[in-house]
Design a binder for this molecule. Structure first.
Ligand code: IFM
Length: 453
């Protein structure tokens, strides 16, 4: 049973508010070399001993490359307005440069047309982390050339699909690619160097701004934006040390991206902290990064609690946590959205990812995932509260449509509202999916009633 009743779906959300579900290419597609696809940095990273908790890889994942039609029927059955997915860059341009792969392009064309035929808006992401491996051999995101290869890729996809997709997101979560991929080395490409990470972050932002300008110049009709992973940073205590640490961490996760995007500058406190590890920025880069977006996506899962001494132990705090060990903290989503609205000239905002990994049990063909349902309902209410406080919210998307390859955690963590049996590839709607479908049905019914009065 849901512990927390969500906000009234009709009164709190604008009529054109978009409800969706989200996935990404590497996490669901499989078929890593089929029909001419090239390898990505994640294909290679999975082969590094110890990189993935359960020693798995994306070779099969949810086999979506072969099951896409049934998956689209399943999405339509949920009654959502939109499906957020990503294009695999090495599937459409195997080396990241040079020849395009027609079979790969045709796959995404079928996917987009299939969504439209089912009345679902396609929300396309260009880069959800699976950089072509050959570009990594040349330095990847740390090399400024990759910026230009990305712009070419964006132009090619927009020329092919830009007339049919509702939106194009350049990058999903640049912080994750830069910091987890290049500083901590726990994600592909597995580099551990802070200066490399900072340079990669700058090139990701630069390529975003350049792509926006290039796509607008070619007359792309889709709405253009970027998706950031953001969390409020709370000091563990009132001590000066904890508060100072929280400000710096806020700089590294939030302001490092928000300040260049909306104020054409990097935050000085973070630059000071980076010292010689700061990025090489050429004249004009920051103005390009600050190119106006049509929308921005926020991926929210939890807050961060920061301590200058010991890392804060969420488990001994008594707070509810997900299977990822992330605190369930819906009020942080309202806090974050209100802050974005107050501190920056943000365009319409989407929550482009929100959801929880929990240990699911299949019982008599059902998955009673009350915690996930509760998590989603409470976060939807947090969005409603942000709207009430004046934040220009445009949509909300559950992460994820279905269980999938959760990066370094492999298949051990399940985020889906649809259960995937990886042995048989059978999909089963969890109770959270049934709840979401019912919530959306109610919203439609109530809207019809109001219109009739
Ligand atoms: O699975 C990921 C997704 O690819 C990016 N955002 C966070 C999710 C959960 O970890």
């Amino acid at each position: 049973m849901t512990k927390f009743e969500p906000a009234d779906p009709t009164t709190h959300f604008p009529p054109d508010f978009v409800w969706g579900v989200a996935t990404s290419a590497f996490q669901i597609e499989g078929a890593p070399t089929e029909d001419g696809k090239g390898l990505s940095i994640w294909d290679s990273f999975c082969r590094q001993p110890g990189a993935i908790a359960d020693h798995s890889n994306g070779d099969v994942a949810c086999d979506h490359y072969h099951r896409w039609e049934a998956d689209l029927d399943m999405i339509a059955d949920l009654g959502v307005d939109a499906y957020r997915f990503s294009v695999s860059w090495p599937r459409v341009r195997p080396s990241g440069a040079g020849t395009w792969n027609e079979a790969g392009l045709a796959f995404y064309e079928r996917l987009v047309d299939g969504l439209l035929a089912r009345g679902i808006k396609p929300y396309l992401t260009l880069n959800h982390w699976d950089l072509p491996d050959e570009l990594q051999a040349g330095g990847g995101w740390a090399n400024r050339d990759t910026v230009h290869r990305f712009v070419e890729y964006a132009q090619g996809i927009a020329a092919r699909l830009g007339d049919r997709v509702a939106s194009i997101t350049t990058h999903n979560e640049p912080w994750v690619m830069a910091v987890l991929g290049h500083e901590n080395g726990v994600f592909a490409p597995g580099i551990k160097n802070r200066a490399t990470a900072t340079q990669a972050a700058h090139h990701l932002l630069l390529s975003h701004g350049m792509a926006l300008q290039a796509l607008r110049a070619q007359g792309c009709k889709a709405r253009l934006g970027l998706v950031l992973n953001l969390s409020p940073m709370h000091p563990a205590t009132d001590s000066d040390a904890d508060q100072a640490k929280a400000v710096l961490e806020d700089g590294r996760l939030l302001r490092w991206y928000l300040e260049p995007l909306f104020k054409a500058r990097y935050p000085q406190d973070v630059l000071d902290d980076l010292g010689a590890d700061g990025p090489q920025v050429e004249a004009g880069d920051l103005q390009i990064i600050a190119t106006a977006m049509d929308f921005m996506g926020v991926n929210y899962y939890s807050r961060s609690v920061v301590s200058a001494a010991e890392p804060w132990d969420v488990h001994s705090s008594g707070r509810e946590v997900t299977d990822m060990g992330w605190e369930v903290y819906p009020e942080g989503l309202t806090e974050l959205l209100v802050r974005l609205h107050q501190d920056y000239a943000v365009p319409p905002l989407y929550v482009t990812e929100n959801g929880g990994a929990f240990k699911d049990r299949l019982e008599d063909g059902r998955i009673h995932d009350h915690q996930r349902t509760d998590y989603i309902a409470r976060h939807i209410s947090a969005v409603a509260e942000a709207i009430r406080q004046g934040v220009p919210m445009a949509g909300y998307m559950v992460w994820s449509l279905m269980d999938n390859f959760e990066w370094a955690s492999g298949y051990e963590k399940r985020f889906g509202i649809v259960h995937v049996d990886y042995a048989t590839q059978q999909r089963t709607l969890k109770d959270s999916a049934l709840w979401y479908r019912n919530f959306l049905q109610q919203r439609r019914a109530q809207r019809r009633q109001r219109q009739a009065v």
